[in-house]
Design a protein. Sequence first.
Length: 135
Amino acid sequence: MKLQTKKTIFIVDDDPDDRQIILEAFLENNSTIDYVFIETGDLLMETLQTATPENLPSLILLDLNMPGMLGLHALKKIRDDKNFAQIPIIILTTSAFAQDESSSYKLGANCYLRKPDSYKELLEIAASVLRLWFR
């Protein structure tokens, strides 16, 4: 399998405002990474299944509550597929349910983060994510 040279983050969230603000926070921290918006878990799976190995994402930011395939189901499908299982997945959600966090980790999420209330906090999250996974 050929390794990709360009780093890409998939931002998987059904809310266009959330996708945009997440993108802005990450761009403020690193504008050399490609960011791809995906609106649903179904589209995420479709995108992964049609991607060439060099076009797979370096990281997936995954919301849990979306129409169609829920984030937890997408997470399970990704972890069950040997072609995608190695992709780091960070759950970034509004869910405060302990069960969602527990289930996310049981299904193989690398990290579980609640969407913050302020843009400043989101900038700090973006900086931490980029530092941990890309430096």
